[in-house]
Every structure is written in C-alpha cells, then in structure tokens.
Design a protein around this ligand. Structure first.
Ligand code: AMP
Length: 479
C-alpha cells in the first residue's frame, strides 16, 4: 500500500507503527453552521480510504475530533443570542445526520473538544514545564523560537513566513508567530478552570490532546483538507513533538484538495454556498460520492450543475447494469427464450473468460486503491467492466451463475465506495407473466395481430415487454 505523504512530498510504503492497529485521525468540523459540500468532499474521501484499509485487512481505529468551542462558534452564537455550547451541539447533531445520509459510517470515535478539557490542560502543563510554552494574562502561548523545525510540513521557514503572513499585534506574545494554547476568559464566553485562570483551549491543542488520549504520542495517519496544513497541522506537530520529544508525531500526513463551486471558493456572500442538506434535496448520495471518487483526492474538485448531472447519468448506467444482472441472476421476472439458451450452451472457454473479467475487476480495484487511493482509476475500471459485460449479455453469453458472481464482486467493491444504488427487485404479477407467455406463443406462430393485442393489454396494465437476446424482459412502465 502506497500513500502520498505531505511531510516527505513522496508516495511511501505504508508501514505501521504497531502491527496490531492502524491509528487514523482526521480533523472534524468546526460546528458553527450547517456542513457544506466541501466538508462532504473531504469526509467522503476519508470514509472511502478507511473502508479500503479495512477491506485490505488493516484494523483501523478512525478518530475524528469535533471543534465545538472556538471563536467562530462564539461569534455566531452571539449573533443569534444563543449559548455557544448549545449552538455547537445543534450543529454537531446535524453533522452526524449529514454523515449518515452520505453513507459515512467508518468513524470509530467522534471526540468533541469540550469533553477533553482535562487532557488539554495536562498537555499545556507539560509544554510549560518543558519551557516550550509561557503563561501571560491573556493566556498561554507556544514559543515558536523553541521549535526550530516549525514549518517542516508546509516547507516554510520562519523567515519566509514573516514575509508572507500578516499577524495581528498581540501584546501578550513574545514573538509574532507564537500561537495560543489557552485563551483567558472574556465576558460572555464559555470557560473552564485551569492553573492559568478561567479560560478555554486554543484550536490546535484540542487535536493533539485528543489524539494523545486515544493513540499515545505517535500514530500512523493524520488527514484533513489542504487548508489545514498551515498553521493548524504545523502547530500540532510542534505541540506533540515538543511535549513528548518523540519524532515523528505522525508518520503519514494526507491532505484533500479543496472543493470549489463553479471555479470559486464557496461563500455565503457569493450565494454559492451549498449545504449537504441542500445537495441531497436535489441529488442522490451515490451521485455525490461518485463525483468525489471520480476525482483524485489531492486535486481540487470543481462542483458545477453540469458535473453533478454527468455523474447522475453515470449512476444511471450502473443502476441499469445492476438491474440487468439481477434479472439474469434471478429470472423471476423473465420468460426465458428457451431455444436461445439451449442453443447457446456456454462453453468452458466462455465461463473462464467471464471469471477472468471478474478477477480482473477486483485485481484492478486493489491495484488502483493501493496506489495512494487512485479512485478515478477504480471508477473508470467499473465502467469498462460494465461495457464488457453488457457486450457479453447482448450476445447471450452470460449465465445466471456468472451474473450472481458479478453482483457479488460489485457489492464487495461497493462496501468501500458506497456508490451503488440500492435496487428493488421488481414484482411482476403472475397474470402479466402469463399474458407475456401467451404473446410469446403467438409470436412463435407468427400470429402478429394476436401478439400485438396482448402487448397492448400488458401496456394498459402498466407494464412493458422487451425482446432481449436472453428472452423476454418485463418491467413496470417508467421503471
Ligand atoms: P472546518 O469546519 O472549516 O474546520 O473544516 C473541517 C474539514 O473540512 C477540514 O478538514 C477542512 O479542510 C475541510 N474542508 C472545509 N472546506 C472545504 C472545501 N471547500 N473543500 C474540501 N474540504 C474542505
């Protein structure tokens, strides 16, 4: 398994710190508003990555924090006249619902920051004791000059940062780039007691305190959107490596590209802000997951009406294909064309080549996923497979058993991808099946008028009969 590591800038072989378990942390949302499709892009990808690792046999513990106390939350709560923790609880619950709707169910543990205050305080105490941090009346700060490696993830030096980043003056800090670990209480803000007075945690410290609690001071993979690389992830490295003295804090850093809407960053003022709830009113979960997975996770993803509609079309092809396979596997709704099936006894050669197709599908899936989760290649492989098998079905070269195997293979892959729509088996009433058989009898006798009359009867009852190479197919009109 190869993973692109932002820290080294290379694809590297995945080698676990501890063979028993793969510890995977992904930054969760700041819950001050409804989650949007940018969040959905990042979390659909990590859901797929974790599901693949489990599919490949790794025992993954997938941990996600929830930033439920933060400046943005306090500001929004003040605007709405609500308690910040009440507001963040509301949006946390909404986030869980959104994740469920998106078929994201791989997270082992969600950890809200407000529930880990003692762990946060312990870590800050360690940093002060080791002289990496200092307390002021305004709060506790990390002294960036004590950690010269700061910038190693985003490959920046402090000097270049000084030129590039504008920092608001803060009389409490020793150096402009020192970042806050604990913020002293301000009127009207939620607070907790600490050795440095009442206050609340800074943003970066919650992640390392939570990950240390569950994983210890080192772990395997840390993920998040590319916007978090600096300063958030950079500061996490400084905190944890300073606190424990163990390097590296995290072995592999993974970053997803940003989702843009029609080429621009989403924003409320531009009116191009799409919440997950809005998305799912118009489009299916499967279409969105397909859109995400058709694009490489490290590239930006441009969401447009056209791009989601195109994936809806792709999804329809998958759906039609699955329905077709199910009908072959389970010929309940099919009147077999006996002569054709008898004439086309599947030769050993054909069966072998079909098995080869299935093996190839699974093999290509594994190869692509093991190469830094190359999901676009996986999706292309599925569409190729559909084309190939449709060709065989058209030539009446696909048996019931092979259809069952193909469905099983696709379902296996879909445990990871979550893009296959759930298809209801169609219920065709016995009376309709009888009519279709009668019509077939007339057709064989070349009694076209009688056959057409029966077809009309079937149509009036709301069903359609199609003459397929494998026999007759009956379906509900509009299905
Ligand atoms: P936030 O709620 O802003 O703290 O973001 C939570 C996670 O979603 C982080 O990993 C972000 O990088 C990611 N994220 C936020 N906006 C986008 C976006 N437009 N595209 C992709 N990921 C995003």
């Amino acid at each position: 398994m190869k993973i692109y590591n932002t820290l080294s800038g290379k694809k590297e072989d995945l080698k676990l710190l501890n063979q028993k378990r793969l510890n995977f942390f992904v930054c969760g949302p700041t819950v001050y508003n409804s989650s949007h499709i940018g969040h959905a892009r990042t979390y659909v990808f990590f859901d797929t990555a974790v599901k693949y690792l489990r599919f490949a046999g790794y025992k993954v513990f997938y941990l996600q924090n929830i930033t439920d106390i933060d400046d943005k939350i306090i500001n929004r709560a003040n605007e709405l006249g609500q308690e910040p923790l009440f507001l963040s609880r509301h949006y946390t619950n909404e986030y869980f619902k959104d994740m469920q709707e998106l078929r994201i169910n791989s997270v082992s543990k969600y950890a809200p920051a407000s529930k880990f205050i003692p762990q946060i305080i312990t870590q800050i105490k360690t940093l002060i004791k080791k002289k990496y941090a200092y307390a002021t009346p305004g709060g506790v700060y990390f002294d960036i000059t004590k950690f010269p490696q700061y910038g190693k993830l985003s490959r920046q030096s402090l000097k270049s940062l000084k030129k590039a980043v504008r920092i608001e003056p803060d009389a409490n800090k020793r150096h402009d780039f020192d970042f806050v670990l604990w913020k002293a209480k301000k009127i009207g803000e939620p607070f907790w007691k600490s050795p440095w007075g009442d206050g609340r945690p800074g943003w970066h410290i919650e992640d390392t305190a939570i990950s240390e609690h569950f994983f210890g001071s080192q772990y395997d993979i840390h993920g998040g959107g590319v916007d978090l690389k600096f300063p958030h992830h950079e500061s996490e490295i400084a905190q944890q490596e300073a606190a424990s003295g163990k390097i590296p804090f995290v072995k592999y850093w993974m970053h997803t590209g940003h989702l843009l809407v029609s080429g621009t960053k989403m924003s409320k003022s531009l009116k191009n802000f799409i919440t997950i709830h809005d998305l799912l009113k118009k489009h299916s979960t499967e279409a969105f997951r397909l859109l995400v997975l058709q694009n490489h996770y490290r590239s930006p993803l441009n969401y447009t009406d056209k791009s989601i509609q195109a994936t809806e079309e792709g999804l329809k092809r998958i759906e039609e294909f699955m329905t077709r396979l199910k009908k072959i596997r389970n010929p309940k709704s099919q009147i077999p064309n006996k002569s054709k099936i008898q004439n086309s006894k599947l030769t050993q050669h054909v069966i072998l080549s079909q098995t080869k197709n299935l093996n190839e599908l699974l093999k290509k899936f594994t190869i692509a996923m093991e190469n830094d989760f190359d999901t676009p290649k996986v999706i292309a492989g599925i569409f190729n497979f559909i084309k190939k098998i449709n060709g065989l079905i058209d030539k009446n070269l696909f048996s019931t058993k092979e259809a069952a195997n193909a469905i099983a293979a696709l379902k296996k892959i879909d445990i990871v991808l979550g893009i296959m729509p759930k298809i209801k088996e169609e219920e065709i009433p016995d009376a309709i099946k009888k009519l279709a058989e009668e019509r077939e009898k007339y057709r064989k006798e070349k009694k076209w008028t009688e056959a057409d009359k029966i077809r009309e009867k079937i149509t009036r009852a709301g069903f359609i009969v199609e003459d397929m190479p494998t026999g007759l197919n009956i379906k509900k009109a509009g299905a």
